[in-house]
Each structure stands twice: as C-alpha cells, then as structure tokens.
Design a protein around this ligand. Structure first.
Ligand code: DGJ
Length: 722
C-alpha cells in the first residue's frame, strides 16, 4: 500500500519502491513535514522544532512550534513563516493578504483525478493519491492538496485545487505547487541553463543561505532555464549520495525557488510564482493548479535521472503511433523557405534510397510564406508551390516509400497575413502600447477560445484527407506586453496561463483528430523541452544547434531530467560534414543518443555519403529499442573533460550500448577507464561493430578507451550477451 493514513497519530506515510515520505498534522491543525528519503524501517522521523526563532509563535504551543522554522508541508504567506511561501491569497473584500489554511481531513484513493485542461501524469494500477483538505474560515476557501504516488519510478507528484466557498472574491497572488523542506546539510543545486542554440547546459553550484531561483517570464518554459532541477549532497556523484529531482508538468512561465534559512533547512518551491500569474476566484469558482513532480535517490544523481526517465516514458509520453520512431529527413537546413511540390517529392525519393523513412516538409509551404515576413496564420497551401493541392502532393511523397511530415506554427501570426488583417484583436497585446514585432511575428491570443476554434477549423480544412504521419509543431517567439483583448481588466493576470490552456487544448485536438500521426515539438529548437509538451508530443527538437560539439553538452544536460526517447538528434551538414568520412562518423555517433534524423540537401551529397547514411540508419534500427527504453548511465561529463561518454543497458543487461565522443584534439592521448557496472559478471559480450569479445567481469572492472589525437572523434560499442 503506497499510502498509509494513521488516524490515531495523524501521521501519513507515502511509499514508493525505494523512497518514503512522512508528514504529520501538528496539533491536528498544521501539516508538518517529517521525512523524505530512502525507504528504511529506521526512517521513523520525529517532529522536532529545529530551533528557536526570533519570530511570532502561538502562545498555547510555546517554543515547540515556530511557523518560521518548522518543516512545513505547504507554507503560507504572512502568517508567521517568513521564508518563501507556496501560496499568497488576497481577500478582495478586506484587501488583506494574510494566508493560512488549517487541516480538516485526509483521504486516499486509487489512481488519480484528471486535471481539467492540463497535462498530467497517467496512473498505472499501483498509483494511489492522497487528498489533504485544508480550510480557511476568513476567506471561506477550501484548499485540497494532492500527492500522487508513482511507485514504479520513485516519483511523487503534487498539485492543488482551491475552491472559493465563501461569499467574497479572492485573488491568488503567489502560486507554487510543490514545497519541500530538506533538513540542514551541504547541498549543491544542479540547474540546466543556456539560451537559443545552447540549451540545458549543466550548472552545479553550492546552495547558500538566502534565496536562489530559476525561472521563465517568457510565456514558455524557455531555452534559458529548464524547469527541471536537482538538489544533491555536495559530495554526491553519479552513483553515490542523496539527490532530489524536481520538475513541472507545465510549459509556460514558472518559478523554482531554493531558500536556505537561519537553521540551515533548505526549502524548495516549484510553481507559477507571482510575477507572471495571478488568478481571480469568484465565490463558487475553483482553480486547479498544474502538477509538479519530485524524486529522491540515495544512490546518486544518475539514479534520480533514471527515475525521471522511467516516469516520463511510463506516465507522460503519448501512445506511440508507429512501431519504430520515424527516421526523418527534414527540409529546413537543406532549403529553408525555398520548397515546392516537385522539390519535396524528389527529396522524398532520395531519402527513401538512403533508408530514411519520413520526409518532413518544414516552413514555407503555406499562405504567402516564402520568407519569414508573411503568411503565418494563413493555413492553406501556397497554390504556386503546390498547384495540385496538398493531398495529391502528400500522396506523391508517400508513393516514394516514406511517411509524410509537415511543419506548423499554430500560435503565431505575421502582421502581413489575411488573419491579422481580419483580426488584429486576436494577438497578445497591452492596451495603448506599441506591438513589438519580432521575427516579423506576433503571438496569437490563445487565451481567447475563438482563436483556438479558428485554428481548429483552419487546420481541419487544410489537413483533412491529407495522409499526414508527423507534425513538427514550432513556436518562435516569446510574449511581451502581455494582455488579452478578450479578457476583462480584472483577469489580465491570467492571460499567460490561459494562453497555455489554449495551447494544450489545441494539442489535444491534434492528438484526437490525427491519432495516427506523431507530433514533434519545437520552439526555436528546445525552447519548450518540458513535461507539459511531452504529454502531447513523442519527441522534441533538442536544439537549433546541430553542431556535434555543442550537442554533446546539450544532450548531456538534457539527459539529467529527460529520457533519450524524447531527444530528436539530427545529422546535419555542418562543416560540409557529409563528404568527410571522419566528420560524418562523428555526427552520427553523437546523434546516436535519441530518435535519429537528418537535415541537409541530399541532392548535393555523393553516392559514398548516401551509402554511409544507409548503413547509419540500419545501425540505428539495431539499437533503437535500447536507446528508447534502456537505462542510461553517464560516465564522463563534457563540462569537465571535453568528452562525453554514457551507456544504455537493457533491463536484463543482455544488451549494452556505449558511446564515447571527444570534442577536441588530445595530443597527450588520455586513457579513460570506463566501468560498465551494469554488465553481468559471468557473461561474455560481443561487440556487434568490431566483433571483439569482452567478459562481463572485464567490463565491470573497466575498459580502457584511449582518446584520439584529433578531435571530432566518437566511437560506439554495441555489446550483446553471447
Ligand atoms: C525554428 C526551428 O527550430 C527550425 O528547425 C525551423 O523549423 C524553423 N523554425 C522554421 O521557421
């Protein structure tokens, strides 16, 4: 039983396969946090007030309970806890923002409830949910805190429902879904930061007294800080030490705070924050927050990553429409906007000859979209480029023996478009302020249901009857001057959040309307690489930077929170790589880290190169299952040594795929001893690429891989048990 509610002691215990989480209702009123860590019978935590604080306390409880230092399950603003809070609620009758809810009841149930309009993790047969109900007599609001236990992957999720049962409106002014107080210790914070073309680079810094945060105020989870983060023991390594992982099942602006107080307790908060979100709740209304997730392991950082990978694969990703992931040839880096029916059909024929099984027609096929100045929002094929219509064209592409994919950017509009001319009020804008046009585009007001319905109608009209197997859904600018002409003044703080609800609504419509097609998500590369998007799209375009050197850092960083199954990896023609066998090999080995694809002008490559691509695709197919479902073990960090090395192991360790990639020339020829601890001690493995044999013992002790004098070098071992 994952959840135990002890009515006598008021203690509640949540258990996953290897972890345990304990809380208690202090004085029957205040939910205090007792323990989150390794599952162990000894972990029977006691409530202890960590320290005296120079802070208010309730006279009746004396110094036993200081709201300011207690480990809290869910801290409120303005009622004696001076640390960062999870919720601030303003009473709009008296204007006061003191927030305090106290415990009323607890119950558990099998499975979980759906979150209306939002992406959420799917339950399996072991899933159980705890519902804690708290109330506040002053506002008349009920707060329901949910904890869902995903036993298989050591993940616990949190979200809340706030119901206004009072007779006066309230406003949510700070909204965090997950709060966790971690006892005093020396911790590091691991975040995944960067920008366009350099997403999710690992940054490891000490957790200090004070408040640190990562965030997005862009209306998208962003290239700049990914919402996934970790807290780990200062000495924690891939295999050893305590580590926690946190993430949000949401794709818009967010705030994650890490605050260490006077006692050394570290508070972690993840949610929507207060700058880009506030919500008016009238009497009788309720608000459901997005979901946040956490995982713990005492076996190091690598195990938290594997927990998260399993969680995404088993509970987040949509059903796979195909037996194998498509190996795409995408038109963008080949032709940019210069595409038409004839070119794309010939492109498809060449792709098929190289073993690629899907052609994705990127930007440039619709409206007046011959460059990025016009056409966004006008979702009908350009008749000059597709004179016989999209359906006939798609059928011809498929007749070449490939699947057909198409690019869309539903959330945007060019001012030079029929849509904008007809509906200038359908974009995000602030009253009286100039529109900032960026990449010649504006953001459509997805908070307005009419816009979402218009998009459904347009896409239905252009795509119905067209045999589409794959959508690449792009999003290329962030929101500023945020406002919705469709919402009243008192609801303008809800725009960016309602925008995301509109986007999710459209994603669900696509999933239902085209159940046999898969969606690849993209936002100028990996600008919305998050669990919200992963709920609807099987894979995500990792980065617009397809240079293999930078990719090793991006892929390494991405692997901390997300499985390889979502990480689109393309071999592209950077540095004229297709004709240089060494570079071609390097590109491919680096790309052999997720669903494979290609992106270059195939008409310009030699027969030799085409033959090589055919072999690459065949090799990818041989190890695809292992990449999609295997457990990942990181061995070398490119940030430390310029070398990237990791392996995937199948569940029974019958198959292991190791990749070593080196970015720079190494004249000293370093030797790395790489331990494959998942290899079976008494087994013998054959490397399918070289035919060489290795004993399990030898692999576990460590095999020596020598660096190359020249950079841009990568090698793979595909070990299969004899
Ligand atoms: C940005 C994407 O990241 C690219 O791959 C490409 O699809 C362009 N947009 C098209 O405009």
């Amino acid at each position: 039983m994952p959840i135990k509610i002890d009515k006598k002691t008021g203690r509640i215990t949540l258990k996953t396969r290897r972890t345990m989480y304990v809380m208690e209702m202090k004085y029957g009123k205040y939910p205090v946090h007792l323990y989150y860590g390794k599952l162990s019978p000894k972990a029977d935590a006691e409530y202890k007030c960590p320290l005296y604080s120079f802070a208010p306390y309730y006279e009746e409880y004396g110094w036993e309970y200081f709201p300011d230092v207690v480990m809290s399950e869910y801290p409120f603003f303005g009622s004696g806890d001076f640390r960062a809070s999870a919720m601030k609620l303003r009473h709009l009758g008296n204007g006061n923002d003191t927030t305090l809810f106290t415990f009323r009841s607890a119950r558990k149930f099998r499975g979980r409830k759906a979150l209306p309009g939002l992406p959420f993790a799917e339950a399996d047969r072991h899933t159980e949910t705890l519902e804690l109900t708290l109330n506040d007599d002053v506002t008349g609001c009920l707060l329901k805190l949910y904890y869902t236990v995903f036993k298989d992957c050591d993940v616990i999720s949190r979200y809340f429902i706030l119901e206004n049962k009072g007779d006066c409106a309230v406003r949510l002014e700070k909204t965090m879904m997950l709060a966790l107080d971690i006892p005093k210790g020396d911790y590091d914070l691991l975040t995944f930061t960067g920008g366009h073309c350099c997403e999710r680079s690992l940054q490891r810094t000490p957790v200090m007294r004070g408040n640190q945060s990562i965030f997005s105020r862009r209306g998208a989870s962003s290239h700049h800080f990914n919402p996934f983060m970790m807290i780990a023991d200062r000495k924690a390594t891939e295999e050893r030490g305590n580590a926690y992982g946190f993430n949000l099942v949401y794709s818009g602006s967010f705030l994650n705070e890490i605050e260490t107080d006077q006692t050394g307790t570290t508070r972690v908060l993840t949610g929507l924050g207060s700058e880009c979100f506030n919500w008016l709740l009238e009497p009788g209304e309720s608000f459901t927050s997005p979901e946040a997730v956490m995982s713990f392991s005492s076996d190091g950082i690598g195990q938290v990553s594997r927990n998260m990978h399993r969680f995404v694969r088993n509970h987040i990703l949509p059903p796979e429409p195909f037996e194998n992931r498509p190996v795409v040839l995408n038109s963008w880096e080949a032709f940019y906007f210069n595409i038409d029916a004839k070119l794309m059909t010939e492109f498809a024929a060449e792709a098929a000859k190289c073993g690629m099984d899907t052609v994705v027609m990127d930007d440039g096929w619709f409206g007046k979209r011959v460059n990025d100045h016009a056409g966004l929002g006008d979702w009908y094929e350009n008749p000059d480029r597709f004179p016989e219509g999209l359906k006939k064209f798609a059928e011809e592409v498929k007749a070449q023996g490939v699947k057909f994919g198409i690019w869309i950017e539903p959330e945007m509009v060019n001012p030079d478009s029929d849509l904008f001319r007809a509906h200038p009020e359908w974009c995000i804008r602030a009253p009286g302020r100039e529109l900032m046009v960026s990449r010649s585009q504006l953001v459509l007001d997805m908070a307005n249901g009419e816009v979402v319905e218009y998009l459904k109608r347009s896409f239905k009209k252009v795509f119905d009857g067209v045999p589409i197997d794959y959508f690449k859904w792009d999003m290329n600018r962030h929101m500023c001057e945020v406002g919705s002409p469709a919402l009243p003044p008192e609801r303008q703080g809800e725009v960016a959040y309602r925008y995301m609800l509109g986007v999710y609504e459209l994603f669900r419509w696509f999933n239902e309307q085209y159940p046999n097609a898969m969606i690849e998500n993209c936002s100028g590369g990996g600008g919305r690489y998050d669990l919200g998007m992963m709920k609807y799209s099987s894979q995500i375009w990792t980065s617009d930077n397809t240079g293999p050197v930078r990719r090793t850092y991006i892929q390494h960083g991405s692997s901390f929170g997300y499985p390889a199954a979502v990480m689109s990896c393309h071999v592209s023609n950077h540095h004229d790589a297709c004709e240089d066998p060494r570079m071609r090999e390097f590109l491919f080995r680096v790309a052999l880290n997720g669903p494979l694809g290609y992106e270059f002008n195939i008409f310009k490559v030699s027969d030799d190169a085409k033959e090589a691509f055919k072999k690459q695709v065949a090799e990818f197919r041989r190890c695809e299952k292992l990449i999609m479902t295997g457990d990942l073990y990181r061995l070398l960090d490119p940030n430390k040594c310029g070398k990237y090395c990791y392996y995937f192991a199948s569940e029974n360790s019958k198959e292991i795929l190791l990749t070593f990639a080196q970015n720079f020339d190494d004249p000293r020829r370093t030797v790395h001893k790489l331990k494959i601890s998942k290899a079976l001690q008494n087994a013998v493995y054959t490397d399918l690429l070289s035919g060489k044999e290795y004993s399990g013992e030898e692999l576990r002790r460590g095999i020596e891989i020598e660096s190359s004098e020249q950079g841009n070098y990568a090698m793979t071992l595909h070990l299969v048990r004899k």
